[in-house]
Write a protein that binds this ligand. Structure first.
Ligand SMILES: NC(=O)c1ccc[n+]([C@@H]2O[C@H](COP(=O)([O-])OP(=O)(O)OC[C@H]3O[C@@H](n4cnc5c(N)ncnc54)[C@H](OP(=O)(O)O)[C@@H]3O)[C@@H](O)[C@H]2O)c1
Length: 323
């Protein structure tokens, strides 16, 4: 059973992009949704949101807290994390919020964090791989990884691999990758994952990393089919966040009145964490609570061999093996 009414109207909005990705899209679709987030509960469940001190991640953490989950805010700066933690507790009245620190662009640090977290918790019901960046100059991590790829792709991959035992133990866990509508413009340049050849274009590197998240979501679903974990990718639309303001100042200035707020941007993340419909299928791409196509252009398709190469590279560069 679908959880939205009036699919033709939703489909029409999607074709326009502007009336879909903006806050207008949110307001026009909201009446179609059959459930409200407050109809659900995550009491007794454990959630971890990356990049939770700011923007969309902050909105998701707050939404999950409202439903009663124990929420871990994974941040790279403890001070920022603790400030967000205090604010979420104040706004929701839910005290079970915790800050954990890890730089996702450093695979060794993510592996160490995973080992520590496995000692701390026995289950993980919701993992939101949200942290992401868009930078305009090529930068390398100390391991020699290009920063966009290391943060947006590898960080979430290694974290998901490290937390497998907890996800599998939860029974019906959800892993949600926060991708972007920008991925519709890109395919993954498998031979140049580190964007090392030619002039660096931050927007292209970002779009490609967001495409990689969608591909990896499909592969997680396929390769761990018996794990009982549902893997989903989604995009939040255009959201007014510190990240978008910093990375795309011109776009933000022009579009400001039409940008979603963080609660609107995070709505589908929270819904995917708890709605029954989102647990029934795995490996899908979602926006505004509806499954969406993963391609709008033919030249954005990678081959099955390239999918496998991406998976292998992530395992090798991340120092993890998924079984
Ligand atoms: N805003 C939009 O319109 C939009 C549209 C499509 C997709 N998205 C996606 O939504 C996600 C969140 O973006 P946002 O707009 O909310 O941006 P944001 O406000 O900058 O939030 C990004 C978060 O990621 C964290 N982060 C960055 N690098 C990290 C690292 N190496 N280790 C750990 N945490 C790290 C940031 O921490 P610091 O605060 O310490 O930097 C911050 O908490 C991203 O994946 C983005 O691609 C956003």
């Amino acid at each position: 059973m679908t959880e939205i009414r009036g699919q033709w109207w939703d489909t029409l909005l999607e074709k326009t992009v502007f009336f879909s990705f903006t806050n207008l899209g949110y307001w026009l679709r909201r009446p179609l949704w059959k459930t409200r987030l407050r109809d659900y509960s995550l009491r007794g469940r454990v959630a971890l949101v990356t990049g939770a001190n700011s923007g969309v991640g902050r909105g998701a953490a707050e939404g999950l807290a409202k439903l009663g989950a124990r929420v871990y805010l994974l941040v790279r700066n403890r001070q920022k994390g603790e400030a967000a933690q205090a604010e979420i507790i104040r706004q929701t009245g839910h005290p079970d919020i915790h800050t954990v620190v890890c730089d996702l662009s450093r695979p060794g640090e993510v592996r160490a964090f995973g080992a520590e977290f496995r000692q701390q918790e026995s289950r993980l019901d919701v993992l939101v791989n949200n942290a992401g960046i868009l930078v305009h100059e090529r930068q390398e991590t100390p391991e020699g990884l290009e920063l966009t790829f290391a943060t947006n792709v590898l960080g979430g991959f290694v974290l998901t691999a490290e937390l497998q035992p907890l996800l599998r133990a939860a029974g019906g866990a959800r892993v949600i990758a926060v991708s972007s509508g920008g991925m519709y413009t890109a395919k993954v340049e498998i031979d140049d994952l580190q964007a090392a050849t030619g002039p660096f274009d931050g927007v292209t590197a970002y779009a490609s990393s967001k495409r990689a998240q969608v591909i990896l979501t499909e592969l997680w679903a396929e390769k761990t089919v018996s794990s009982g974990v549902a893997y989903q990718a989604m995009h939040p639309g255009w959201v007014y966040t510190p990240g978008v303001k910093r990375s795309l100042p011109g776009f933000t200035r022009i579009m400001r009145p039409f940008l979603r707020n963080i609660r609107q941007g995070a709505d589908t993340i929270v819904w995917l964490s708890v709605a029954e419909a989102a647990g029934r299928e795995s490996g899908a791409f979602w926006f505004d609570r509806r499954r969406r196509a993963t391609h709008r252009l033919e030249n954005t398709r990678n081959t099955p061999t390239e999918y496998e190469t991406l998976w292998r590279c992530c395992q090798e560069l991340g120092g993890v093996e998924v079984r």
